[in-house]
Write a protein that binds this ligand. Structure first.
Ligand code: HQG
Length: 176
């Protein structure tokens, strides 16, 4: 497995299914580093050096170690209910959400919902939103009126790796 494939596997473990390798996350989403390495090493060659390289070089900086590197967690993107101690942050006036054309009808009815994840993911620039949208087919980018949402009491969080998160975006704050 390439490091990129292994990084995807780590995403699956740390965001969605730690049970795949028989480990658990704590309430803040932390996995024990030794357990993670031992669990992955049952399926493929794996070491602390490889894990460090993945964390350092990940193109979206998806993972963080704690200070003494005994614990590791994903910075965002979870489907399992963990509290990664996100900081509530005032958003820029406009944020972007990239999606696939196939979801547009449903989004026009229900607005943006987190579906399987804990939050709706928003980007600060259009380019990032386009690449997120491409994961779902022909990309469509919505502009989100974050200024007005924030004024109306919706909370926004900025993850450790720069992804903007909010619980939902009702239709009236969306512009194509
Ligand atoms: C769509 C990647 C129908 C939503 C990215 C999205 C991101 C609706 C899809 C992160 C809907 C869920 C998250 C509604 C929203 N009806 N569809 N009412 N509301 N949707 O993968 O935002 O590489 O769970 O638009 O970079 O695509 O994994 O969310 O298209 O930051 O680190 O439902 O995942 O990061 O898809 O991506 P996802 P996402 P990583």
């Amino acid at each position: 497995m390439s490091l990129t494939d292994t990084s995807r596997f780590i995403s699956l473990i740390l965001r969605h299914k730690p049970e795949t390798i028989g480990i658990e996350l704590d309430e803040h989403g932390w996995a024990n580093v030794e357990e993670l390495i031992a669990g992955i090493a049952k399926q493929q060659e794996f070491s602390i050096e490889m894990l460090e390289e993945i964390v350092d070089t990940d193109n979206k900086q998806r993972y963080s170690f704690n200070e003494d590197k005994t614990l590791i967690r994903a910075n965002q993107g979870h489907s399992i209910p963990v509290d990664v101690e996100l900081t509530e942050t005032t958003p820029p006036d406009v944020l972007y959400h990239g999606t696939g054309e196939k979801y547009v009808d449903s989004i026009s009815n229900k607005g943006l919902i987190p579906k399987s994840r804990l939050y709706v993911h928003l980007s600060k620039d259009i380019e990032t939103a386009i690449s997120v949208g491409k994961r779902h087919g022909k990309p469509v980018v919505y502009k989100v009126d974050a200024l007005q949402m924030n004024k109306n009491g919706y909370k926004f969080y900025l993850s450790a790796n720069g992804v903007w998160l909010t619980k939902e975006v009702p239709v009236n704050y969306l512009m194509v």
